[in-house]
Design a binder for this molecule. Structure first.
Ligand code: DC
Length: 233
């Protein structure tokens, strides 16, 4: 599909299917796909492993800020997607567990963590042709992104999706726990002081509660054709 060299920012609540949609879009327009949440998850995993987060969930903020100094967290390209690394260790699987999900929102509310990750994300935007998903991509990371989509879906539908994903990975799932985690993350993500989850004024809303991925792609193609009319040469 023809599209100019732009940045596509996809923001929205947890488990709205942002990454599935963003990956499909990236493949469709041959852009690089980057999942900004993966970097927040990697910092959280690192903090858990180093005892910076106590089992009760208390964060030693000074220790966390010290740990960021020199912390090598990055993406390595794979096809038109990427994998998340801490140093030379691929942590793509470990960062998706409930243990990480339970602590990631408070970690991502720490302003020093946000600016550490923002710097890394912005490097990828220099050459455009990127689809990035997260919570503040269209508002803070790339406020000038040429196309911004804000995704939302019913909380119960999202909890079911997240539970299905976890089951597929062989994790033990308590559906009530998953719904509770989604509610808590919605609240923390949209109420934190630094870069709270909010919709950019120029974003287009996609509520996919009752849409298949194919229906979302039809919606996307129509949106692009309207916004960026280009003639085949
Ligand atoms: O998209 P996700 O569920 O993997 O994101 C994990 C957490 O990271 C989420 O609870 C909020 C945080 N996050 C953020 O604050 N800003 C982003 N741009 C991406 C994720």
């Amino acid at each position: 599909m023809l599209i100019p060299d732009i940045i596509i920012a996809i923001d929205g609540y947890s488990s709205t299917g942002k990454s599935t949609f963003a990956k499909r879009i990236a493949a469709e327009v041959s852009f690089l796909y980057l999942d900004s949440g993966a970097l927040y998850r990697a910092v959280t995993l690192y903090a858990i492993e180093k005892g910076i987060i106590s089992p009760a969930g208390n964060i030693d903020r000074h220790a966390l800020c010290r740990a960021l100094d020199g912390l090598d967290i990055h993406f390595e390209s794979k096809g038109n997607g990427s994998r998340t690394y801490i140093g030379d260790r691929c942590v793509e699987g470990e960062i998706r567990t409930l243990a990480v999900s339970e602590h990631v929102s408070p970690v991502s509310a720490v302003p020093e963590v946000r600016s550490f990750i923002d710097d890394r994300l912005r490097e990828f935007g220099r050459r455009k042709r990127v689809v990035m998903d997260g919570r503040d991509i269209g508002t803070t990371v790339f406020p000038d992104a040429e196309l911004k989509i804000f995704m939302t879906a019913d909380q119960m539908v999202r909890a079911r999706r997240r539970a299905d994903e976890m089951k597929k990975r062989g994790e033990n799932v308590d559906p009530e726990e998953v719904l509770k985690n989604i509610r808590e993350r919605d609240f923390i993500d949209s109420h934190r002081d630094t870069s709270p989850l909010s919709m950019a004024e120029d974003a287009v809303v996609l509520d996919n509660s009752y849409m298949t991925i194919e229906e979302q792609m039809v919606w996307f193609r129509r949106l692009v054709a309207e916004r960026f009319p280009m003639k085949e040469s």
